[in-house]
Structure formats: C-alpha cells, structure tokens
Design a protein. Structure first.
Length: 86
C-alpha cells in the first residue's frame, strides 16, 4: 500500500505543478491524529470534506500534499517534528 500511496502523491505533486498557471489545484490529503500519527482505518469522511472545502475556497494556495487532523484542521506535522509516511 505504501508504494501506491507514494506513487499517487507523486502524480498529484506533478499535476499541481503542471497546471498551477491555469488555476487548477490538486491535493493529496492525509488525515492524522492530533500528534501526527496515521489514522489508518479510522478515516473521517466529514473531516475530509471540510478540509477539501477549505482548500478550494481559500485564496492562498496550499501545497499539493496536505496533512490534517479532524480537531486541528490543516497542520504541517513535519514542521512539528512528526515522522510521516505516505
């Protein structure tokens, strides 16, 4: 599964770069716990919907890979020191 997720995120990063001048946004969204640990099979569909809505309605472009927790919203867990794996 890790190889497929890495390939998917790579394609989204490439598409985001290729089409940014046309106004298109592509995002790989990764839900985490508040500490930055993968939630695995406890994904929250409503939390994903809120994050996607935020990403498409905000003026500032987010990066192509977005991590979040349902309580904290979009969080750069790497900057916080969490070890992320896709």
């Amino acid at each position: 599964m890790g190889a497929a997720k890495a390939a998917t995120s790579h394609m989204i990063i490439a598409a985001s770069e290729a089409y940014k001048d046309y106004g298109f946004r592509f995002h790989y969204v990764d839900e985490r716990t508040n500490e930055g640990v993968a939630v695995y099979d406890e994904l929250d569909g409503e939390a994903h919907a809120r994050i996607f809505w935020e990403l498409v309605t905000r003026e500032e472009r987010a990066g192509p890979v977005v991590t979040f927790s349902k309580e904290r919203g979009i969080v750069d867990f790497e900057k916080e020191g969490a070890k992320l794996s896709h």
